[in-house]
Design a protein around this ligand. Structure first.
Ligand code: F6R
Length: 248
């Protein structure tokens, strides 16, 4: 795993955006696996800026998002489709028909999940998968458990994830209890994984994912089995790894 040690959130965001822009420059028709949340917001801002300056174009890019809350409509301001539109898609030249986010309102989740996986397989998996990480080590919404789940699936969010995401909702009760998430098959199928983390509250998850045992109790640890992972993290997120003596 290649590790970039950045001084703060802004430097992490800039580095992550450079890697994504590099992927697009190298392969303008690439497939990007995208994430939502606080972590990639800054990177998306850089990409929008660079698009406006004519430095990068999404015209031929395909995107597939990791996850979506069950029960939220695309125009709900906390849905991940809404997040992607407002943070990236509405500001760049990506074609709407080339963007995919799981459908939180699907009437047939099983069929939907199977189709989502079939689509990702039809791409030959994504060229680059962007990931944040939960405090509990989740990637996508693959929560800690006793086995890794391969397929896209409906997941019951853990109390820790509901707590972490309550900051975006009017109250904790408004946080959806379920999400549709890409499984480990689609994530690990990516040709390259770009894992980003910022802040002290991610230090434990990063340390366990990078240097702990490979276990579904820390879903991010599966990335140790992937041959092409780039971790971009700030000092705070790397602090436990550094304290554990891992060279970064
Ligand atoms: C988001 C996602 C999640 C987040 C994780 C960290 O699409 O799949 O795994 O990456 O919950 O969230 P933030 O970045 O808000 O700390």
């Amino acid at each position: 795993m290649k590790i970039y040690r950045e001084k703060d959130y802004d430097a992490m965001s800039r580095r992550a955006a450079q890697i994504i822009a590099g992927e697009i420059t190298h392969n303008p028709a690439c497939a990007l696996g995208l994430a939502t949340g606080s972590t990639p917001e800054g990177a998306y801002k850089y990409l929008v800026d660079w698009y406006k300056q004519g430095l990068v174009s999404f015209r031929d890019v395909l995107s597939v998002n990791l996850d979506e809350y069950v029960g939220l409509a695309p125009d709900h301001d906390q849905s991940y489709r809404y997040f992607m539109q407002s943070n990236l898609f509405d500001h760049v030249d990506i074609l709407p028909e080339n963007t995919r986010v799981p459908d939180g309102l699907t009437k047939d989740p099983e069929a939907f999940c199977a189709e989502y996986d079939a689509y990702i397989r039809s791409l030959g998996y994504v060229n680059l998968q962007l990931l944040g990480i939960g405090r509990n080590g989740h990637i996508g919404f693959n929560e800690p458990g006793d086995h890794f789940v391969k397929e896209t699936h409906v997941v019951d969010l853990t109390e820790s994830t509901i707590d972490a995401n309550a900051r975006f909702f009017a109250s904790r009760d408004d946080v959806p209890r379920q999400a549709i998430s890409m499984g480990m098959g689609a994530i690990m199928g990516a040709k390259k994984v770009l894992l980003c983390a910022s802040g002290e509250d991610k230090a434990d998850a990063i340390c366990r994912s990078v240097s702990g045992p490979i276990t579904p109790e820390c879903p991010g640890s599966i990335l140790q089995l992937h041959k092409n992972v780039v971790l971009v993290a700030d000092e705070a997120a790397l602090s436990k790894l550094i304290a554990a003596g891992v060279e970064v």
